[in-house]
Design a protein around this ligand. Sequence first.
Ligand code: AMP
Length: 139
Amino acid sequence: MAYDTNNIFAKILRGEASCISVYEDDKTLAFMDLMPQAEGHVLIVPKEAAENLLDLSEAGAQACILTTRRIALAVKKALGVEGIHVAQLNGAAAGQTVPHCHFHVIPHATGTVLRMHAAVRAPDDELKVLAQRIKACLA
Ligand code: AMP
């Protein structure tokens, strides 16, 4: 299927929709998930127009995994959790809801259960504070 240039992450990448940014380089952007499954849930997207990992170039995939690792280290430090859940869904059949490739970095503290996927909107002010904490822990 052709890439949908009107998906929300494409709009964020073009600056037509806002996001609470955590990190950016020439190939990737990381921002807070608006409906986090745990406090500190971050999304990493390639700047390339690719619906999922299977459509992404090898260079784009390399850039994404490096940024995902970098963000995971910062999130772990900032939130002080023992575990980090990294997820990446390909296709609606697999549960993908936004058709632009992305990686989820979700803090997972011992004994906790992650909230439902894309279910409850977090307040912007809370997300902004978390973004600052994560940014401060980026190497
Ligand atoms: P997926 O189901 O893997 O495609 O995940 C899409 C994710 O994007 C979900 O976790 C949503 O909470 C999140 N999301 C949807 N719209 C936005 C948005 N405008 N800004 C940040 N996160 C979003």
